[in-house]
Design a protein around this ligand. Sequence first.
Ligand code: GLP
Length: 236
Amino acid sequence: MKFIKVKTYEELSHKAALLIAAQMTVKPNSVLGLATGSTPVGTYKELIKMNQAGDIDFSTVTSVNLDEYVGLDGTNDQSYRYFMNDNLFDHVNIRKDHTFVPNGCAEDLKAEGEAYDAMIKELGGIDLQLLGIGLDGHIGFNEPDEFFTGATHEVVLDESTIEANARFFEKKEDVPTTAITMGMMSIMQAKKVLLVANGAKKKEIVEKSFFGPITPKVPASILQLHPDVTVIYAEE
Ligand code: GLP
């Protein structure tokens, strides 16, 4: 594991964007696994700048996102599809039909999960998976549990996750209580993993995840078993 500690969020965003840009340069038809949350927003801003300056090209890239709230469709401004359009896809030359987010409105979420995993497999897997980390150690929406789940699946969100994500909604009651998330299989099969964590509030969970025991109670700790992980942590 490469653990890069930086001082500021700006440095974190810049370094993360450079690593993603490098991936796109060495493999123009990369499959990028992308994440939501507030942390990657700065990384996406940097990628937009690089794309608009002509330094990187998204036209042959495919993206697969980690997760989506159940019941929110892409027109809902709290959905992760909306977030991705707004924070990245609408501002770069990616083909929208090459961007994938699990469908949280699918009637049969189990079938949606199976189809999502099959699609990732068909794409040849993920070249680089970008991850944030929840305060409880969740990656995607893989919450602390008794076991790790491999497949893309429906999850009941932890109370702490609902509370943490309430800041994006008008009121806490509006936060969906369930979501569909990529499981550990597609994440762990990604060729490279890049996890970004920002600020003192994430210090403890980052330590637990990368320097503590590997346990499904701390979902991100599974990444210790991945052969190519880079963690960028900004202290401030
Ligand atoms: C959500 C997402 C995660 C993300 C987490 C942390 O729960 N499902 O993928 O890592 O938020 O968000 P933030 O970066 O805002 O702390």
